[in-house]
Design a protein around this ligand. Structure first.
Ligand code: SF4
Length: 150
């Protein structure tokens, strides 16, 4: 089963897609900075036959050195703040960071938890935020297509 392409919608509160000319190819390095794994389930769903994000040139890659952007989920735990910074440093320019889910945006239900360093914005510059707990797959794809549309 396939669905028609979702229309680009205003899902984010910040974005800098005008800096990118990716011509239909968006390679993403996913970083789970402390998620409950709910957001991961929705990210996995976008690559299912139903949503088929790869038809828009959106792919997950194993190394930040092969990625255009970091896809970050969860609040940033104290243990993951350093690895997240190093992952972003390893991205190719312009090192786009996309925060997926309410926890990544503002720590969500984990706000104030003893092991949490802060939101993704507290650790690094964020270029696009996708709200929701977790965000719906269609909203994630619509947001990512801002970068992958030709
Ligand atoms: S936004 Fe919701 S689903 Fe995503 S990591 Fe936080 S609690 Fe889990």
């Amino acid at each position: 089963m396939t669905e028609s392409a979702p229309r680009p919608v205003e899902t984010g509160t910040q974005h800098r897609s005008d800096l990118l000319d990716l011509r239909g190819s968006l390679q993403l390095r996913h970083v789970d900075a402390g998620s409950c794994n709910g957001c991961e389930m929705e990210i996995a769903s976008i690559f299912s036959p139903v949503y088929d994000a790869e038809q828009y040139g959106i792919r997950l890659v194993a190394s930040p050195r092969h990625a255009d952007a970091a896809l970050v989920t969860g609040p940033v735990t104290k243990n993951m703040a350093g690895p997240l910074r190093r992952t972003i440093e390893a991205l190719g320019a312009p090192a786009v960071v996309i925060a997926i889910g309410d926890c990544a945006r503002d720590c969500g239900v984990f706000a104030g938890a003893y092991g949490v360093e802060g939101s993704v914005t507290d650790v690094t510059e964020v270029h696009l935020e996708v709200p929701g707990c977790p965000p719906a797959p269609a909203d994630i794809i619509a947001a990512l297509r801002r970068f992958s549309q030709t």
